[in-house]
Ligand binder design. Structure first.
Ligand code: SAM
Length: 459
């Protein structure tokens, strides 16, 4: 939008740009187009804009022939945008606080890209919100205050910009600072320069694997008091006089015992997380000891065979799936890790697994709650498990007789990273929409269980 058009629009709306809402409008059209081009949008993709204002970037994004949703907290601006872009079928203007936007609803709409000239007073929480593991965003382009942009993009220790933002965002995302913009391209002019950053997910093998939950807990604790040494801040994980004491950890990860958080690079943080909770990718593929009961078409035991033989020969065997719901009625789904031998990277039931030889269905369900979701024995023993469906063994179930159990738990869960990449609660309407839009995202066994579960609900 041109400067004159911005002035006219503000005058017509009788709107004084609000400092509290971080309103600084971009008035360089070429720059707006260039910023949107950094998203590399393809037809049919889903775009989400945070804080569209008067639509400087929105207009450029609409040219890209994608589906665009914009989230604007200021009702007058949302109203203005609805009028300005009336008749644009691919645009949805939402009058809402972007921090309240439920990123989980985006999974059915992938590929999703997000962008915005962010209001500076909540840029950091917005950044965390839209780049968290709960969000399926695969590319983000944000205009931030220059100092914040430099902190997110800081490559490693040794600079004053490097800190918790660089570490937490940097583990999952490759961050590039694309360009510094002078204050003069905005109306009103902010007091400081801005900078554009682009975030692209890191490749799977770019950094060593680690347990994401442990990593984040350690980093947040390690940066909680910037001046304090890590040995004091992380004493809970590295208690003195144990095999995992701080001097051992420091020696292993290759740093000095008196180090502070900002002195560790990303790989050293990952090494620390791996000392606390190691990830054994090989464990996800080692089935040497596993034996299953082989059953006939009536689910009667007729023998015992190693797992490999059962699968290779399509022998009938037994498994359970668990659907764990929270009080809001949302279903916990897990994303299978890339190391799984079957359906790697697919979304699956809250927990699922084969019955060991001699094990009962319910017994296996309780074991999986411990092994996959990390629930303590006494919690698992006290949970009500309701059998809600039973599937006959056939090709689509992988020749498994499956019993599906429902349970209620609020989490949080602590899963083994070698088996599960991530997990989260999803509203069932989102799951239904996601399955219908992208069935290939899910493990086939889960889809079978889901269909039965839904049929039972609507019966
Ligand atoms: N994108 C426009 C541009 O580049 O000209 C405006 C950018 S301005 C820096 C930030 C915009 O975010 C404003 O329109 C402001 O009203 C909006 N905003 C502020 N807080 C918000 C929030 N919590 N959720 C959504 N939008 C917000």
């Amino acid at each position: 939008m041109k400067l004159s058009a911005i002035r006219t629009a503000l005058a017509e709306l009788q709107l004084q740009p609000s400092k509290t809402l971080g309103q600084n409008f971009l008035h360089d059209q070429n720059l707006a187009r260039w910023i949107v081009a950094q998203l590399d949008v393809h037809e049919g993709e889903t775009l989400l804009e945070i804080g569209p204002g008067l639509g400087a970037l929105t207009g450029a994004a609409l040219d890209a022939r994608a589906h665009l949703t914009v989230l604007e907290k200021d009702g007058r601006l949302a109203g203005f945008l609805r009028e300005r872009f009336a008749g644009q079928a691919r645009l949805r203007v939402e009058h809402q606080d972007a921090l309240d936007f439920d990123v989980r609803t985006l999974w059915p709409d992938q590929p999703v890209k997000v962008f915005g000239n962010l209001p500076y007073y909540i840029s950091t929480p917005l950044l965390f919100h839209f780049t968290s593991a709960a969000s399926p965003v695969e590319r983000a382009v944000f205009l931030l205050q220059r100092e914040l942009a430099e902190r997110v993009a800081a490559a490693g220790p040794g600079t004053k910009e490097y800190g918790i933002l660089s570490v937490i965002v940097g583990r999952r995302w490759r961050v590039e600072l694309l360009r510094v913009l002078p204050a003069t391209v905005f109306l009103p002019e902010p007091k400081v320069d801005s900078a554009l950053i682009r975030l692209v997910p890191r490749g799977r093998d770019e950094l060593p694997a680690c347990d994401a939950q442990t990593f984040e807990r350690l980093v947040r604790a390690g940066f909680s008091q910037r001046r304090k040494q890590l040995r004091k801040l992380l004493v809970e994980w590295f208690p003195a006089d144990t095999a995992l004491s701080w001097p051992e950890a420091a020696a292993h990860a290759g740093f000095d015992e008196t180090t502070r958080g900002e002195e560790l690079d990303l790989r050293q943080w990952i090494a620390l997380a791996n000392l606390v909770r190691p990830v054994y990718p090989a464990a996800a593929q080692d089935f040497s000891g596993e034996k299953f009961d082989v059953v006939d078409e009536q689910d009667r035991v007729i023998g015992v065979e190693p797992r490999g033989v059962v699968h290779a020969r399509d022998l009938r065997h037994r498994a359970i799936h668990l659907f764990v719901f929270n009080a809001a009625g949302e279903l916990f789904l897990q994303k299978r890790s890339a190391w799984k031998d079957r359906h790697p990277g697919k979304w699956d039931s809250s927990a699922a697994g084969h019955l060991d030889s001699g094990e009962g269905y319910l017994e296996a369900a309780r074991r999986e709650l411990r092994e996959e979701l990390g629930l303590p024995l006494e919690v698992v023993a006290s949970l009500d498990l309701e059998e809600v469906a039973a599937l006959e063994a056939r090709e689509t179930t992988g020749w498994e007789f499956i019993r599906v159990y429902e349970a209620r738990h609020e989490g949080p869960f602590h899963w083994p990273a070698a088996e599960i990449e991530w997990g989260g609660f999803f509203p069932t309407v989102v799951v239904a929409r996601w399955i219908s839009a992208r069935p290939g995202d899910f493990a086939p066994g889960f889809l079978e269980c889901w269909r039965l579960w839904q049929a039972r609900k609507t019966a």
